[in-house]
Design a protein around this ligand. Structure first.
Ligand SMILES: [Zn+2]
Length: 311
């Protein structure tokens, strides 16, 4: 599918290469049939890792294999098809001991920026769905144990028939830029080392995206913003977010930090940020994240900064 016309295209984890074929999910025979067909491509998730292959410095691929007999007893998730070939995500946590310490098994945070589009999309979708299944095993209405149906895309309660859909938690993430074209970076509680990032926060019920941006900036640093402009969005299955990127213009520069959430914040000119990255007093997050892409969009080019996760 062609990318939407957005300011930040080609974000990691965002390619739509799988035709999800939602029309096939209602067939209860779909997964058993696909898991008995050697032409099916299976992505196995163990904990939060999948096996990857490829050159050290080139694009990586996720390891996709034919189904194995044990897959029939595992949680299976129909991902869709590519070129007419069915792809299924399988949660194989029973293999945890077997893959422990094997360097081929990597987390999405580690390899997401280097995976090809199919691998990144299949990994992100499988991880997001698996995270939801793992924590939503019981009916919120009556407490009965629910079961996956619709090829892994919903859970149904056998006691009252209610259906429960996987959740996606919307979070806004925004560059705040002042009248002198400086960007605001902050260090949240729990960031590692000298990590700094643009501000972010979850959208609340009954709130628009622009209102969430305005509220989060006001709460976290006490700055009023205007001209909230959408940049692009990125699935972020840690465990179940969709990051919606924005830029906004600050109406003032005085900072009043929310002590429980923000450890430090300051305005950076481009020269100041280059100097801070060079001397290590500031580290920004890796290429996988929309956070870095938003900062680079403001900066006007790619930043030279070590690849370490902020948290
Ligand atoms: Zn129930």
């Amino acid at each position: 599918m062609p990318a939407a016309d957005v300011t930040l295209p080609d974000l990691a984890l965002s390619a739509s290469v799988l035709d999800r074929r939602g029309d096939l999910r209602a067939d209860p025979g779909l997964l058993p049939r696909l898991l008995a067909d050697p032409a099916t491509m299976v992505l196995r998730l163990v904990g939060d890792r999948v096996a990857v292959e490829g050159p050290h410095d080139g694009p990586l691929r996720a390891v996709l294999t034919a189904p194995e007999p044990a897959d029939a007893g595992r949680l299976a998730l129909y991902l869709g098809e590519v070129g007419g070939i069915a792809h299924v995500g399988v949660v194989a946590d029973d293999l945890a001991d077997a893959v422990e310490g094997d360097p081929a098994w990597r987390t999405l945070r580690q390899v997401g920026a280097d995976l090809d589009d199919l691998g990144a999309s299949a990994f992100a979708t499988t991880l997001a769905l698996a995270n939801w299944h793992r924590t939503h095993g019981y009916c919120p209405r009556c407490g009965a144990e629910t079961a996956p149906v619709l090829a892994g895309w919903i859970r149904r309660c056998p006691a009252d028939g209610s259906e429960h859909y996987p959740r996606t938690d919307m979070a806004v993430i925004m560059a705040v830029v002042d009248a002198d074209d400086r960007i605001l970076l902050a260090r949240g509680k729990g960031f590692r080392g000298n990590g700094m990032s643009v501000l972010a926060g979850f959208v609340e019920p009954g709130e628009t995206l622009a209102a969430a941006v305005t509220r989060e900036v006001a709460e976290e640093v006490g700055v009023e913003v205007t001209d909230v402009t959408y940049l692009g969005d990125q699935p972020w299955p840690f465990p179940s977010s969709l990051m919606l990127g924005f830029t906004a213009t600050a109406l003032g520069t005085e900072l009043r930090l929310q002590a429980e959430e923000i450890e430090a914040a300051r305005w950076f000119s481009r020269d100041e940020l280059v100097a801070a990255l060079a001397d290590g007093s500031v580290v920004v997050s890796g290429r996988i994240s929309i956070s870095r892409r938003i900062i680079e969009h403001w900066f006007g080019g790619s930043l030279d900064s070590p690849e370490i996760p902020l948290r």
